[in-house]
Design a binder for this molecule. Sequence first.
Ligand code: EPZ
Length: 417
Amino acid sequence: MAKILIKGGKKLEGEITLQGAKNSVLPVLAGTLLCDEKCVIHNCPDIADVETSVKILETLGCVCKREKKTLTVDPSKASEIEIPDNLMREMRSSVVFLGAIIGKNGKAVISSPGGCELGPRPIDLHLSSLKKMGVTITEEHGFLYCEAKKGIKGTEITLGFPSVGATENIILAAVKAEGLTIIHNAAKEPEISDLADFLNSAGARIYGGGSDTVYIHGVEHLRGTEHSIIPDRIVAATYMSCCAVTGGELILKGAMPSHITSILSVFRDSGCDVRVTGKSLKISARNKLLRVPTIRSLVYPGFPTDAGPLVIAMLCKARGTSVFVENIFENRFRYADELKRLGAKIETQGKIAVIEGVESLSGATCKCTDLRGGAALVTAGLCAKGETLIDEIHHIERGYDNIVSTLRSVGADIQYV
Ligand code: EPZ
């Protein structure tokens, strides 16, 4: 596998058009399974997780065709119900196909999902919710055999935690269920709204997507539809961090500023100048970055956990000490040891990370531990003195559409080796 080599110190300047959101396109692709006719998905990012999703859809009997950023899925002949173990292990979000397969066929077979090493990634909320909808689930040899013998019944569900994946799975299973399903304490992330918009455009009857209470009236059929995926708010945070650490100026086009208000405020607190005009935002960091006393990751609309690694990489060079409190995942600081190889001063203890700003970072060899941790290493490498060589970059390829050519296009000295 190739590695990424960065020669740090170049200011980033120019324009970037944001890719479609990984965490929206994946549940939307699962949702195409529920449709009776062809779906056309626009603004589909060119990332490994989409390739994996296409393999899953084809394994289930769909016919998929990609033309640049448009993916066409014909689910009309899809009748398979099992996702092969190797594909389940390739990405955690394959669990979101569970709700779609059961919603379509009334039964499904999956193995326990893989994904990033962010601590235990249980799916108890997914499974307990599906059971309440009439799905029996038995586990044998690491496989889950799911079946709704009497069909899926709408019901009221209260989530103990507003889990993004569980909310998506319930919606996907409920769209063609018998009767009304109500989700209380649902996740409110923009990706949930995008999934509901996609399904409603195909004839579903979902109300309150993106709020903490979602109503899904079961329907018989979903027709084919066209849908454009929302921009990726975490990729936006990534390129903003890359700009901030290099003291540059970037314009991000195709953004949805209303989705990233909590992210914008952290960049402004760190001394960046951020201006929003319509669907574009301009960030410049002409001055030394300032510490941000405390940032807490929270469910939406709070500061997103996925943007944590990116702002922590940025704060490694800020003046003063910042504190990041990770409230969503249990073990999300594995990349901090890799940042320390570049001279960062970070101490982590459980869910707390203390980042003491240093004058400069110095290039080193390092390796990605997970998707956003890998992007944090790229961010740090862009401002480190000398060369940074990053290994295990398949983690980054899962969620970033051509990150190397994108950063080169705005002045970074970065290449695959
Ligand atoms: C989604 O993961 C995203 N992935 C994650 O992005 C994101 O960090 C996360 O939501 C939170 O926003 C996709 O959408 C593909 P959760 P998901 O269910 O659905 C616990 C990235 O970088 N939990 O909201 O897995 C869980 O352990 C990825 O793009 C249970 O305990 O997140 C975690 O601590 C990383 N039981 C917390 O809830 C369950 O049944 C949040 O999980 C489900 C979750």
